[in-house]
Write a protein that binds this ligand. Structure first.
Ligand SMILES: Nc1nc2c(c(=O)[nH]1)N[C@H]1C(S)=C(S)[C@@H](COP(=O)(O)OP(=O)(O)OC[C@H]3O[C@@H](n4cnc5c(N)ncnc54)[C@H](O)[C@@H]3O)O[C@H]1N2
Ligand code: MOO
Length: 421
């Protein structure tokens, strides 16, 4: 049964009463739509952007049948008759003349050059013998060998890429091969990053540190995480745990950004003002999720600005960004949200007692075992340990039903590459 956000005001919820991971994702997909307008950008600026208009191929790629090798081009039927052909024209890539071959004639041809009329097959030069203007081609060559057909990469009229697609180097290469120099994409959505906490110091601005203080690592981490998405980020710095300061900063950010990401102050301690601020300024859609790490994650909105309040613990903030902010930023920015692929692998560790009703995301990596990949986990689970993130190449997911784990039991592994990292 789906619980609604309005039932989530109790900060002493048990995991079974908290929103489940899948429910939060459903909520995000249900309540978020593309907010970004479209714009034209050059192909050199298009990497990582979300396409807004389908690209239909204006022509075939390649445009003409051409040779895949340096060698000799001829008609297969002539070759079957004699195996020896008369030397004809020389055709290089870029040669624009119209060549055609006579009976029993072979063209000297180079890789990429257009196939002349009267030829349908190419032999590699290494396989041929040339003497007295005669080319002898060994037997066994099939019709069409070493020939690349017009349109075999892209056919004229084909939809090459669809709206929502994140443009990778390979899409950019295809668009360039069609002769396109610009593409229509969604504009970058504007994201504000705010760290909250009296204990926080900004590296660079403050260099000395005292007991009780910590350098703000979350802002730098979120900025780096955002780099894999087509967004523009404003780092709004550190806000102290003072209700009016939190409210002022969030209200100002909401007026000029599509999304606000905060870290810290997400629980219900006396110094935690984020949730109360969202309740005052806007609407809360979710708070308290049955996951670890990341339980106090908040999702809401202030006017048209989407608010995502991440927990202060760096590991929880990192995991929540991947699980919830990345999908949200993708949907808002016009991208197709694709659920990360889970790979079933053998566990290389044990867990004696896992709390039921919550989903856990352990920091892990894969090693090669005798019968396939084996998931290893960072030995310490603390949500403040950035070293666990550093050691990891992915997340090991234990679902709500899992109570314990033995060596060799199957677990789901999500490589960080599935999150675009
Ligand atoms: N009584 C309870 N205490 C806590 C609960 C709870 O349910 N009941 N939940 C715990 C969980 S789970 C998490 S996660 C944290 C989340 O707390 P907050 O989001 O309110 O975060 P803070 O208390 O502000 O900070 C937690 C921790 O993270 C450090 N931090 C915060 N911001 C940064 C930053 N920008 N860079 C580096 N480190 C940061 C902060 O110093 C704290 O150590 O609450 C648990 N407590
Ligand atoms: O879920 Mo808190 O998420 O780090 O310990």
């Amino acid at each position: 049964m789906t619980r609604t956000a309005s039932l989530l005001n109790d900060c002493f919820l048990h995991d079974k009463d908290r929103l489940r991971h899948s429910e939060v994702l459903d909520l995000l997909k249900e309540r978020l739509t593309t907010v970004a307008e479209t714009e034209i950008c050059t192909l050199s600026e298009a990497l990582g952007r979300f396409l807004s208009t389908p690209v239909v191929a204006p022509r075939d790629v390649p445009l003409h049948d051409n040779s895949a090798v340096d060698g000799f081009a001829f008609l297969h039927a002539d070759y079957l008759e004699t195996g020896t052909l008369r030397s004809g024209p020389v055709i290089a890539a870029g040669d624009l003349a119209d060549y055609s071959l006579g009976k029993n004639e072979a063209a000297r041809i180079f890789t990429g050059a257009a196939i002349p009329d009267g030829a349908d097959t190419v032999a590699m030069q290494e396989d041929c013998t040339v003497a007295d203007n005669q080319i002898t081609v060994p037997p066994g060559l099939k019709t069409g060998a070493n020939l690349r057909k017009a349109g075999e990469d892209i056919k004229s009229g084909e939809i090459v890429t669809r709206p929502g697609k994140r443009l990778r180097p390979q899409e950019i290469a295809s668009l360039a091969s069609l002769g396109l120099s610009e593409v229509s994409v969604y504009r970058r959505i504007r994201v504000a990053i705010i760290s909250t906490g009296n204990e926080l110091l900004e590296a660079g601005r403050q260099t000395s540190i005292e007991t009780g203080q910590v350098f703000d690592s979350n802002s730098a981490m979120l900025l780096a995480l955002c780099a894999s998405l087509p967004v523009t980020v404003s780092r709004l710095g550190i806000v102290p745990d003072v209700a009016s300061a939190v409210e002022d900063t969030i209200a100002r950010a909401a007026a000029t950004h599509d999304v606000i990401l905060t870290t810290g102050g997400a629980s219900r301690g006396d110094e935690d003002h984020v949730v109360a601020t969202i309740d005052r300024l806007g609407k809360r859609h979710a708070w308290q999720i049955a996951i670890k790490p990341g339980r106090p994650m908040t999702f809401g909105q202030i006017g048209d600005c989407v608010f995502m309040g991440l927990p202060g613990n760096p590991v929880a903030a990192f995991v929540c960004f991947l699980l919830y902010c990345r999908p949200a930023l993708t949907i808002l920015g016009g991208g197709d949200y694709i659920e990360p692929t889970r790979f079933p692998v053998a566990a290389g560790f044990t867990i004696d007692r896992k709390k039921p009703d919550r989903r856990e995301f352990l920091r892990g990596w894969l090693t090669t075992g005798e019968s396939g990949p084996v998931a290893r986990k960072f030995e310490r689970d603390g949500s403040g340990l950035i070293s666990g993130l550093r050691a990891a190449d992915g997340l090991i997911e234990l679902d709500e039903e899992t109570r314990s784990l033995t060596i060799g039991q199957t677990v789901s592994y999500i490589p960080f590459s599935e999150f675009g990292l």
